[in-house]
Design a protein. Structure first.
Length: 200
């Protein structure tokens, strides 16, 4: 894949991306995959692309990030009480992951959930991230919800172990350019995550 002119000459990370953030996080974000010219270029999820611009603004607004923007992995951004991961670790062709790719990357998400033992709130960014978290809970044999979860922006599912899963439209340009997701809507999800953590 040839880089667009604005990134011509830049060295791309172009290998699997790890999750990042606070290892003692109580907030977990599960996204889709690194963007072809965002995380795949910069080496950090949601960094250096428009989706990240929206996401870090919302995280900063709710006190989970030290700054509202992130352009490269050494720009000083740190997450507070939050950790970002994804369903896939590599940018999928045409941004459409195949089921086999999801299965191949699942062990990484499973291991992160095992290690992040303080998580109380999870935000599923888009239906794929939301489903990945639910699938991972089943694999780990964690308690199920009282009612079957239904994806819809802002929907909350509470599990018997006290974890709450919040559904959020993905901050992709497809959603933000069309107005399906607005900045107040995205900020609202993380304000609710903060409220839930403060009440815990």
């Amino acid at each position: 894949m040839k880089p667009p002119p604005r990134y011509a000459g830049q060295q791309y990370w172009a290998r699997p991306l790890p999750g990042f953030g606070d290892p003692r996080a109580r907030l977990l974000l599960v996204g889709l995959a690194p963007a072809a010219h965002g995380g795949n270029r910069t080496g950090r999820m949601f960094t250096g692309d428009r989706s990240g611009d929206w996401l870090f603004d919302a995280l900063h607004h709710a006190g989970f990030a030290t700054q509202p923007t992130s352009v490269h992995r050494d720009d000083g951004l740190h997450l507070r009480d939050a950790y970002i991961t994804a369903t896939l670790r590599c940018a999928p062709p045409l941004n459409k992951p195949l089921p086999a790719e999801i299965v191949r990357c699942e062990p990484y998400l499973l291991e992160e959930l095992r290690l992040l033992g303080r998580v109380r709130v999870v935000v599923g960014l888009g239906r794929i991230g939301w489903q990945a978290y639910l699938r991972t809970r089943r694999r780990l044999e964690l308690p199920r919800p009282a009612r079957a979860p239904v994806f819809g922006h802002g929907a909350a599912t509470r599990f018997e172990d006290g974890v709450t899963l919040l559904a959020c439209y993905h901050p992709s340009q497809q959603n933000t350019f069309t107005g399906k997701l607005t900045r107040p809507m995205l900020r609202g999800v993380f304000v609710e995550a903060r409220r839930l953590l403060d009440a815990a």
